[in-house]
Design a binder for this molecule. Structure first.
Ligand code: GTP
Ligand code: MG
Length: 364
């Protein structure tokens, strides 16, 4: 039926075209890609297929005019080798810098934190370290990070994952700041780290290079204020701006089902302002924003650019990396969600079809 209306012919014509190929189909039957191509060709059409992932990311980018743009907080990701202290560093920053939200509410993991520096400026930290999350987001076209902090333990060395982190950031064109961590340890040797970094073409400022670095300790807190100031310096150079006066658009960082409340999705707002009552679409899920929470579980009424927010009201859990966008009408969001849902379902059917008997045998 869909194919017929796309080609502006009657359903019966499509059905008989199928029949002539020995296929007996019903009006609502979904056809596979090959059949669609052959039938369309018979009616003089050429078929263009596109992937479900591309469809998921479809959100027309509205160019903002210069006068609508206002400065926004930098979004920072911490990366580095296993055990070099990424979590500890983030924990220290969070414990000491997280701005007090409204009272009440349970502190929970929401995948992102807004912190305040000594000078009262804000920085948003993404608690999604690990190269996989970063790569997954990049693969989905979500450039959610402005600055990457690469942590290297001073009592260890530049390790494979250190290099990988640097590499990822470079490929993404994101500025890098090196945090030489664990300098409180007696065996710490920051010079050795700087030397090894120089060996892979990462020359820190102290050595005449272009990369900012700071000796820090996630244990004592040494150097962390300075590190945050360096993040701000880097951010200033980037001249980060966004337009808060439009329907919100951003990236989903994580989503889950809360038994009592329903689906909770953490969204990083990147443009516009999200408000209670907005119709939000993320991946193949949509809904009206019923409530918004900060990372302390405090209620929020609105969230502007660079603000991470936990959203209640979607009809399911979108994927990390999905673009989230506010729509004018309920109906438009629902239509897109339904179409995406259908594409996803079809894609999963199609992938399932490729499993051979041999493979099934091996699974038994
Ligand atoms: P993964 O998430 O497993 O990759 O590790 P990570 O990079 O998050 O490291 P994590 O923060 O878990 O720290 C690893 C170990 O190093 C823990 O035992 C920390 O207590 C310790 N550690 C982290 N930072 C410091 C520091 O500045 N000084 C000292 N002395 N120990 C630290
Ligand atoms: Mg960790």
């Amino acid at each position: 039926n869909d194919l017929a209306s796309l080609m502006n012919v009657s359903v019966n014509q499509v059905i008989s075209a199928c029949m002539s190929m020995g296929m007996f189909v019903s009006i609502n039957q979904r056809l596979d890609a090959e059949t669609i191509t052959i039938i369309a060709d018979e009616f003089g059409y050429e078929v263009e297929f596109y992937k479900a992932e591309d469809e998921m990311q479809q959100a027309e980018i509205v160019e903002d005019s210069e006068e609508d743009l206002v400065p926004r907080a930098p979004i920072v990701t911490i990366m580095g080798h296993v055990d070099h202290g990424k979590t500890s560093l983030l924990d220290y920053i969070r414990k000491t810098r997280v701005t007090e939200g409204e009272a009440g509410g349970i502190t929970q993991h929401i995948g992102a934190y807004e912190v305040e520096t000594d000078t009262g400026k804000k920085i948003t930290f993404l608690d999604t370290p690990g190269h996989e999350a970063f790569t997954a987001m990049r693969a989905r076209g979500a450039k959610a990070t402005d600055v990457v902090i690469v942590v290297v333990a001073a009592d260890d060395s530049v390790m494979p994952q250190t290099k990988e982190a640097i590499n990822h950031a470079q490929v993404a064109g994101v500025p890098i700041i090196i945090a030489i961590n664990k300098v409180d340890k007696p065996t710490a040797n920051p010079d050795r780290i700087r030397e090894q970094l120089a060996g892979i073409n990462i020359l820190v400022e102290e050595w005449g290079g272009k990369y900012q670095s700071e000796e820090v300790s996630a244990k004592s807190g040494q150097g962390i204020s300075e590190l945050l100031e360096k993040v701000l310096l880097e951010a200033e150079l980037l001249d980060l701006k966004a337009n808060p006066d439009k329907p919100a658009v951003g990236t989903i960082l994580e989503a889950s089902l809360d038994k009592g409340r329903g689906y909770l999705a953490t969204m990083l707002v990147q443009g516009g302002t999200l408000r209670i009552g907005d119709v939000l679409l993320a991946g193949s899920h949509y809904g009206r924003v019923k409530a918004m929470y900060d990372h302390r579980g405090g209620r929020m009424k609105e969230a502007g650019p660079s603000v991470p927010v936990q959203v209640l009201g979607l009809d399911g859990a979108p994927q990390a990396g999905d673009i989230a966008k506010v729509y004018e009408s309920d109906r438009e969001a629902r239509d897109i969600a339904t179409r995406r849902e259908q594409i996803l379902r079809e894609q999963s059917v199609r992938t399932r079809k490729h499993i051979t008997l041999d493979e099934i045998g091996r699974r038994l």
